[in-house]
Write a protein that binds this ligand. Structure first.
Ligand SMILES: [Fe+2]
Ligand SMILES: [Fe+2]
Length: 147
């Protein structure tokens, strides 16, 4: 399948697989959540014929939560503006640049995926907007509907 062939290099990478060690929502690992966001982004692109750059879209989706820590750790809750929801896009972006030298387009996808919570980081490309929507759809499934 096109989705997996485009992401094969990342999916088989041990550094990306570290996301299996952390939980996203409920009992879903961050790795599974990121794969789900990539698959949902891919579907949205096909349904709405957005003509996204698929490498930017799928790489950004897979690495959007590449922050690599346990966000349930109580020590992270000391300052509301340093809370995970606000800060993790930037941490994920930094890690993606460090490990995979992702370009500015992919960085934009990662940086703005929590909008509107991170109000100033607006998803200002097609790819960023779709991943932002796909992330919310998947988070809703995982937390409310428990699919
Ligand atoms: Fe996130
Ligand atoms: Fe996410």
């Amino acid at each position: 399948m096109e989705l997996h062939s485009r992401l094969a290099g990342f999916i088989e990478d041990d550094r990306v697989r570290q996301m299996e060690d952390y939980l996203a929502h409920g009992k879903i690992s961050v790795f599974s959540h990121c794969l789900d966001v990539a698959a949902t982004s891919y579907k949205l692109d096909k349904i709405f014929k957005t003509g996204c750059d698929l490498d930017v879209l799928l790489t950004g989706a897979l690495l959007h939560d590449y922050y690599l820590y346990d966000w349930h750790d109580a020590r992270l809750f000391v300052n509301v503006f340093k809370m995970h929801g606000f800060t993790h896009p930037e941490k994920a972006r930094e890690n993606a640049v460090r490990d995979f030298a992702v370009d500015e387009k992919v960085q934009k996808v990662i940086r703005s995926h929590m909008w509107p919570l991170t109000f100033r980081s607006f998803p200002s490309s097609k790819e960023a907007f779709i991943v932002c929507m796909a992330d919310k759809i998947c988070a809703l499934k995982e937390t409310v509907l428990r699919w």
